[in-house]
Ligand binder design. Sequence first.
Ligand SMILES: O=P(O)(O)OC[C@@]1(O)O[C@H](CO)[C@@H](O)[C@@H]1O
Length: 397
Amino acid sequence: MSTKETSPTVSNAPVIRSDVPGSFSWGVFHERHPKLVRQVLDALPYGPAERAAVERLLEESTGGVLEPLQEEAADVAQWREWGAGRWGRPWGEAPFLWAESYFYRRLLEAIGYFRPGAWRGIDPFAPFKDAELAGSAVDDELAALSRLDGLPETRRAAALLSSALWGNRADLSFGITADATGTAAADLVADDSATLWSELERAHGGQVCVVADNAGRELLPDLVLIDHLLAGGLAAQVVLYVKPQPYYVSDATTADVLAALDRLRTAPAPAAGAIGGRLWRAMNDGALVVRTHAFFCAPLPFHAMPADLRAELAAATMTILKGDLNYRRLVGDRLWPPTTPFGDTVRHFPSPVAALRTLKSEVVVGLTPATVTRLDDTATPWRTDGRHALIQVAARP
Ligand SMILES: O=P(O)(O)OC[C@@]1(O)O[C@H](CO)[C@@H](O)[C@@H]1O
């Protein structure tokens, strides 16, 4: 897979890096990653070799220079190409997206994910994903699904979309969104949901692609939304893209889809069980297809996607991208002026596209000046505190 970065169609804002002490991106490496490493090493009984390799990665990524992958794996040549000119340079000089993505690829190397042996293929984040999915909060959320059945169709659809949106924050369950006016409006900084529904209606019965973000309590509402699209005929087929390997802690893999599907199917709540059964049959029939592509673990923006993935997505009547990382890759992880039109930054995308994202990093586009002023006046870290979200759509011209 040869991917060359081509520039977006608008003038380029500065690429976000992680070399400014005290910045959000600097904090991800120097504050979040040390905590993550402790959690990972405490969650599974790795041996001395794996533990030492993870500690070396942490030391390198917070004060050293970029070292290439040390062990053979299918993607080593591609990473050598992606890192050309970067090896031997400080981690902070690389684009934040590049460096953060590489950190997770190196973490997998350190714990032996690709190495022949006992740890091959063991998801280092599985303990966190499993605990979240098994939690009583999920029981309560699935039970609340039955409350949606009694709602008028448009209210139910709005509640499902809102649950999928806020699932990224995983504390606004079906129950809460069923009671809200469709979305936690105060925290929604951009809301193109009406356009999203009208575009889905216009393309009635087409193929919708959903690019998943996190497993567990985000993937469950994503699956329930997918069931709604299929059962209501808004999509004849849904392609759900997941990651080919563990990534950014919570990102969903095929194993996580199967676990979430099983959680639905075996839920005591009849509504959840019915949805799980329909999704299982949809996978049997090919109406729901789970797919992946190596590029979803690439350290590059989506405007650099390879031709084969571009061709796959071009067939979609709508591609729905979930979460913060996908948003950064979609619009470009740059310090755009927040009022930059969303459509200007996504012209490269091969299909009509929608972003459902809670704001957990600095990049944001498509806001009105009044919204930016309102948010700035709160004197809070609104770009990164996960308390705000957006639904943004760029329809087919
Ligand atoms: O894509 P998600 O799961 O919504 O969030 C991922 C993410 O927000 O977490 C990191 C901060 O912890 C960011 O750098 C990254 O974009």
